[in-house]
Design a protein around this ligand. Sequence first.
Ligand SMILES: [Zn+2]
Length: 187
Amino acid sequence: MNWLFNVFNNFLIFIRMIKLLDLLKEISFNTLFSKTPQPYKSRASNISVKLKTIGKNIYFYQTTTKDATENRVHNQVIRPLPKKQAGDAIAKIYPIKNINDDVAVWCDCKDFTFENEYILWKNNASRIVNSNGQPPTIKNPLRLTKLCKHLVAVLPDFKRRIGQSTPAPTPPKPSAPITSDNPKASK
Ligand SMILES: [Zn+2]
């Protein structure tokens, strides 16, 4: 019977390892945005965005949705996750410099609470603050990893502040005339 106990024990260890893999997950704001289905992105168009404060590397935003049915103010938070840079013995908090840096996010809206918070928490991209910490069964039963429309709306401002906004395409420069004084222009 001892062998049966060993098999069972190994099985329990295996299950635990699978659960522990959740600890390794991290996700960037950019990836969260790309995973968000288009309808949520479209809904972000009539939201005005204001940066309230940058705490110690933590961005606090306030957004206002303006349309016929809603004129609501919501609050968002984006903060960096600890990471190791060259020479670091342990992971530290660094200011977010890249849209592909891993982050934790939060919003106080209903969509975030009932659709996103649990799933983001499972990706180490949020904490359980608003919700009861149970998986969403009615809203978002497929457990899509996504942002609420407010966090989508914040993205362009956030990118600009960390110096990652996509510059407008520059018109091509008129090509230099090819002359003997300017031999490089022919290359
Ligand atoms: Zn929201």
